[in-house]
Design a protein around this ligand. Sequence first.
Ligand code: HEC
Length: 204
Amino acid sequence: MPRPIPMTFERIGAAALLAICCAVPALADDAAAGMDAGMAQATRSIASDLMTELGQKLKGAMANDGPVAAVSVCKEAAPAIAKRLSAQHGAQVTRVGTRVRNPTMGVPNGWQKDALAEFEARMDKGDKPADLEYWKVVENSDGKRELRYAKAIVTQPLCLTCHGKSEDIPAPLMDKIRAEYPDDQATGYSVGKLRGAVVVTRPL
Ligand code: HEC
């Protein structure tokens, strides 16, 4: 006869599971299998650090120097912050768009397009945009396991200044955007629409 497991052990087991699941909600099974809760939390922080730092820089520049000058701040700060966080964490961090302003940084690759499509579909079903995340652990072309994470970026009122309908953007600002980004596609958004995602790729 196998010895019955005392209740207390089951309870401890359940509590541990609960702790893991609550620290990392909504992780897909395949992602959860390849990564611990600490890794997931650290990856989330990289993405939120990028958005927080950039948001502060952008708001400061808009308030102090106005939107035309803020375009240059975005142009310098976004790649610089992404580069620093990437080096700091041994990861690749960037922002991608559903339509893109900076074609050298902002174009989603294959899995990032999948993540954006999944976010759009979930928003159509009524999921809250701010909660949308995508996780996957895959073997890359070098046979190494890597974690792929995306967090939805949703259009807010402030963003419309530079990403709203082009006819609503004041001429001097639109001229500046066109001068810096001749191939700009990133206008025509409205509040609540998916603007893009922060994407993080890290070796495991
Ligand atoms: C002052 C004008 C300005 C405002 C306001 C602004 N952006 Fe941008 N945005 C830019 C510029 C310029 C770029 C290109 C930056 C670069 O060169 O990497 C950009 C790029 C992006 C990208 C990267 C993808 C791409 O199109 O290249 C995302 C995502 C993005 N913005 C989201 C937002 C969101 C969300 C807000 C509101 C919170 C916002 N932006 C507000 C000017 C602005």
